[in-house]
Write a protein that binds this ligand. Sequence first.
Ligand code: CA
Ligand code: CA
Ligand code: CA
Length: 389
Amino acid sequence: MFRILLAALLGTTLCLATNVSAGTVQRVPPAPPTLNSNSPVLEGGQLTLQAVIVIGGTYIWTGPNNFVSNEQNPLINDVGQAHAGTYSCTVTVNGETSAPSTINVVVTNQAPRINSGPTANPAEPTAGVDVGLSVDAVDKEGATIAWDFGDGTTGTGPAVTHAFTPAGTYNVKMTATDSLGLKSERVLALQVGVNYVQGVGKASERLDSDGDGFADELEVQAGTDKNNISSTPFDGQKAGTVQPLTIAKMSTTLVFKKDENDSLQISGTLPVPAGLTLQGQTVIMAVGGVVRVFTLEKSASGKDQDASFKLSAKQKKGTTLGGPAKWTLKTSKGLYQQRFEDENLTKDGEGTTRAVQLDVTLLFDNTYYFHTQDIPTYTVKNQVGKGKF
Ligand SMILES: [Ca+2]
Ligand SMILES: [Ca+2]
Ligand SMILES: [Ca+2]
């Protein structure tokens, strides 16, 4: 019984083996796999690729961006345009590989994402002061950043610096653009405040609208543009670091009972560099809001309206030898009462003495000199005010 069964089994086995070796059983490759995906997928999202299961099958996926996977259902995270295109998959069963199936994947572009900003530093700037502007914008393909500062000028890059002038509100527009041209925009309404130059007295006399360091009133007298930071008494340069002005003497007389009879005398010293030609130099002086502009003549002196200025520098053939030089400002038959009112040099206080202060600004050789001068004794008598230091 056992022998018969064994013989039967052996016979059967023998019979099959003979058929295979004779090539009568053909090995057929499996059919190409059926593929699916979640295309179209949003930029930055996850792409899911799927092959319908084949029993005993192993898979090879290939695709854009050098993609290779042997998973049946591979996932690709954070996709961009580089991941779009045709994916291909084969299935292998018992060593036999199918023809490839393909599936097309579309990645839907997204505009750049603004993570934060735009922000301004300082957040509340004043005119003419550099403001840092920045934004955090990202895109899978990279974003380029463009700025419209709202004053007719532009800039590029995620962090820029710009000075706004004059004071006011500027709508700063930031545009982030990706490589496919999709844009994200933000507008920052930036409040730019006014500047005041240092000193005492009226804010209106110290107002510096464009932030170049020179008061509006001084710019008007000097013939420069008070709303243009690039137009200054120093040939377009800002006022720079203010230097102390040395004043030796100062006196003023204000005649309140008769107009245009006021006078002013101030003297001090200035450092004058060696080799400077004084002829043709401009000297601008502002005293308590009274501004005079002098062009020095050969004698190193100049006149403007009711005022004269003289610089006594040691010279040789019109060129200075350097060192401190005495200067004097003299005026007569002026009308300064309204200008000095805010400094308390008024006609009030008949018969009394009080302490007052006057700002003195002197511009010379592209240097800004300034001093607030104490006048310890200002007296009013018979409607005449006299101050002296
Ligand atoms: Ca994009
Ligand atoms: Ca100015
Ligand atoms: Ca200006």
